[in-house]
Design a protein around this ligand. Structure first.
Ligand SMILES: [Zn+2]
Length: 257
């Protein structure tokens, strides 16, 4: 099998996994199981048939509408499917057919779900972050970053974020950080190691400040709560994909030869 065939196959798998991630994004905040139960149209309660559930294609074929009541179906569904497909294809290209690919794709799925749930509800469910920390540490026994960097990542990065949150909360006079964010960064540390998690935290803080302050300026809503977990998810995926070259470039520009 050529590299390109492998990338295409894994990318296609990603489209279908994206369908499942949509189910997680809708049901987990409601405390509903994602393991069984068919999906229904939220408007007319019509059961979604298998052929209406093909990633991206069905949404396009149906013109973004329910086949029963013609109520419009959120763009979120095909977008999440497409993004997951691209992330899977990118991972296959970066890591090839390895166990590291499996670990990184599981991690990426968690990041996609946490991104959307935090954006919509400002929560980061324990049902993802806690098993996430444990499985990251378990993978680190046999995979990069290795168990030492993973443990330091889980412990030190969460302490660092907790400390930063306490400081910001003192300055603002309100809670700036939830424990969900602390557990999420512990999961990132366990999967990526402390070095890449610091890169992710740096990217997330930068994005969060620019976009968050922009939103506060536009909406003039000083109480706007920034979805830090969503920014952490973007930072984590960027760091996993390109963190090392980014770090090398940054260090190289600080200390030119
Ligand atoms: Zn319907």
């Amino acid at each position: 099998m050529s590299d390109l065939t492998f990338v295409a196959l894994v990318g296609t798998l990603g489209l279908f996994v994206g369908s499942f991630l949509n189910v997680c994004i809708v049901r987990l905040p409601l405390g509903r199981t994602v393991l069984w139960g068919r999906s229904h149209c939220p408007h007319c309660d019509r059961q979604i048939r298998a052929w209406e559930n093909l990633p991206v294609i069905s949404w396009l074929a149906l013109g973004g509408r329910c086949a029963g009541c013609h109520a419009s179906i959120s763009m979120q569904y095909p977008v999440i499917e497409l993004v997951t497909g691209l992330v899977f294809a990118g991972g296959a290209w970066l890591y090839g057919p390895t166990l590291l690919l499996v670990a990184r794709l599981l991690f990426a799925c968690a990041m996609v779900v946490l991104f959307m749930i935090d954006l919509q509800h400002r929560i980061l469910p324990n049902v993802i972050t806690l098993p996430g920390i444990l499985s990251g540490l378990a993978f680190s026994l046999v995979l990069p970053p290795g168990v030492r960097d993973a443990l330091i990542g889980a412990a030190a990065c969460s302490l660092l974020l907790f400390g930063m949150g306490e400081m910001v909360s003192r300055v603002l006079g309100k809670d700036a950080l939830g424990f969900g964010d602390v557990k999420m960064i512990a999961m990132m540390g366990a999967f990526l190691g402390w070095q890449m998690t610091l890169v992710a935290l740096f990217l997330a803080s930068f994005l969060g400040s620019v976009i968050g302050l922009g939103l506060v300026a536009i909406t003039r809503d000083r109480d706007y709560q920034i979805p830090l977990g969503s920014f952490l998810a973007v930072g984590a995926l960027a760091a996993a994909a390109a963190g090392q070259p980014l770090l090398d470039w940054y260090v190289g520009s600080l200390f030119p030869r």
